[in-house]
Design a protein around this ligand. Structure first.
Ligand code: NAD
Length: 487
């Protein structure tokens, strides 16, 4: 087993593939670099999985399926509970590891580590709540017995922006349901998932119940897995573009899919809102994770009567976002994950400014090492600016004004995405009315953070299919079976 000592962590972490309960080098023995976004240098190397490794992982997962599906729910629950406690004990290590491989500020990383562990606690509680039903058919001739069974071997694919929480949000319900899994983490951030996989194995999972395949070459893994009839589930979190191509692959074998895709969240501020609370909420909705969140507020629509005051207050708050290496003292904004992400943010800001926007704060990429971009507020943004239609995925807040409730709702809904929306108003009736009209799977009324393991997370339109978290997240890994019989 190859391990790496990462600076600041209490123990070395595994950097091999996990297949059938063993840490292995992979069929070709190749490794790839994991980069520290704060300086662009190599942090360590990780084993690079191949299509043959995917087949080996499917062999292991399908081999353990009967045993894992039959394991008493209480036993699966206790494995998750043990893993929750172990994650809580190793919170500092998990948080620091995310700072190292993802770049995020330590405060964000600690919040994510806590949130990620909560999925294990929540699904430990849900594992013993898999329900069924027993009724008499209306005509009286027979009984209707409804039970739930694990859907089977699942392929899990996660993005780099929440390296811990996106993995536990899938592992938690899959383990609770009794589904063996094969996780392919993002190539930018495989280390956190490897550390949590080690914690899960130490908590008592049977060999093969979780397998993990870091790789630089994702396509051969998904193509192999989705062509294999033993794989019955795909749970993907990532961009709509990649999600769409995976849905096409999944169509051939009619694989059950859960898709958590991209967002383009509108943040509406009405003239009757408490502006200080709206700015606090905007800072959370925009700046959590440096703006690299599917839930990040992407477009601010502010009622004209309060737009100047809101913009000034937001710019003042944004100018307090000290930028630097994520674990340096006082840093609130770490680097973005890689060069491509900074280049995209820079392009969107430049395009908006060329189209007439003004930066009240930020707006220029700094010189030097690492993938940094400063907190930025843009006003006078043209309505067709790319930063309003594309996911910015960085610390940039473009502000546009509106004059009526219907105009605000229309602008908010003018997107193919529909993950989350935020509404700030002093009138709860209006908040509820607007939230019903908004085409998104989630709405925060006078709140800048909505994520909670106990709540159903997911999108409408091209932001996804299915829900994660809550009881709904468990149902995604279960098949409903109906048995008709006459007693
Ligand atoms: P991405 O789509 O580029 O990558 C996501 C994952 O898919 C990574 O593991 C990547 O390696 C993998 N991948 C890429 N091509 C693949 C292929 N052909 N086969 C199999 N796997 C493949 O997304 P990203 O840049 O890592 O993450 C950012 C995106 O994720 C944003 O669009 C964001 O909104 C979205 N996201 C959504 C949610 C949600 O819950 N809705 C949560 C977090 C992130």
């Amino acid at each position: 087993m190859t391990t790496e000592k990462i600076s600041g962590l209490s123990a070395a972490i595994p950097t091999d593939l996990l297949i059938g309960g063993k840490w292995v080098a992979g069929s070709e023995g190749a490794r790839f670099d994991v980069i520290d976004p704060a300086d662009g240098k190599t942090l360590c190397t990780v084993a690079d999985a191949t299509a043959a490794d995917a087949t080996a992982a499917i062999d292991a997962a399908s081999g353990v399926l009967p045993e894992f599906a039959a394991m008493p729910p209480r036993q699966r629950a206790e494995i998750l509970r043990t893993a929750f406690e172990a994650m809580t004990k190793r919170l500092d290590d998990i948080a620091l590891l995310m700072v190292r491989e993802n770049g995020k500020a330590l405060t964000d990383a600690r919040a994510e580590a806590t949130y990620a562990a909560e999925f294990f606690r929540w699904y430990a509680e849900e594992a013993v709540r898999i329900d069924g039903n027993y009724t008499t058919a209306p005509a009286g001739a027979n009984k209707i017995l409804v039970t739930r069974q694990p859907v089977g071997v699942a392929l899990l694919i996660t993005p780099w922006n929440f390296p811990a929480a996106m993995a536990t949000r899938k592992w938690g319900p899959a383990i609770a349901a009794g589904c063996p899994t094969i996780l392919k983490p993002a190539a930018e951030t495989p280390l956190t998932a490897l550390l949590i996989a080690q914690i899960l194995m130490e908590a008592g999972l049977p060999d093969g119940a979780i397998n993990i395949l870091p790789t630089k070459k994702a396509a051969p893994i998904s193509e192999t897995a989705l062509a294999d009839p033993r794989v019955r589930k795909l749970s993907f979190t990532g961009s709509t573009e990649v999600g769409r191509s995976l849905l096409k692959l999944a169509a051939d074998n009619v694989v059950n899919t859960s898709m958590e895709l991209g967002g383009n969240a509108p943040f509406l501020v009405f003239g009757d809102a408490d502006l200080d609370a709206a700015v606090d909420g905007a800072m959370l909705a925009k700046m959590r994770n440096g703006g690299e969140a599917c839930t990040a507020a992407n477009r601010f629509y502010v009622e004209e009567s309060v737009a100047d005051r809101f913009a000034e207050k937001l710019a003042a708050a944004m100018s307090g976002m000290t930028m630097g290496r994520g674990d340096d003292d006082g840093v609130k904004l770490g680097p973005l994950v890689n060069e491509a992400t900074v280049a995209k943010v820079d392009r969107l800001v430049t395009e908006a400014v060329t189209g007439g926007a003004r930066a009240l704060v930020g707006g220029e990429r700094p010189d030097g090492d690492g993938f940094f971009y400063p907190a930025t507020v843009l006003v006078d943004v043209a309505e067709d600016a790319d930063c309003l239609t594309e996911e910015i995925f960085g610390p940039v807040a473009p502000i546009v004004t509106f004059t009526s409730e219907s105009e605000a709702v229309r602008k908010a809904n003018e997107t193919p995405f529909g993950l989350v929306s935020y509404v700030y108003t002093g009138d709860l009736g209006r908040g509820l009315r607007v939230s019903e009209a908004l085409e998104s799977g989630m709405v925060g009324i006078n709140r800048g953070v909505i994520s909670d393991p106990a709540a159903p997370f997911g999108g409408m339109k091209q932001s996804g299919i299915g829900r994660e978290g809550a009881h709904d997240g468990l149902l995604e890994f279960l098949e409903t079976k109906y048995v008709a019989f006459t007693p």
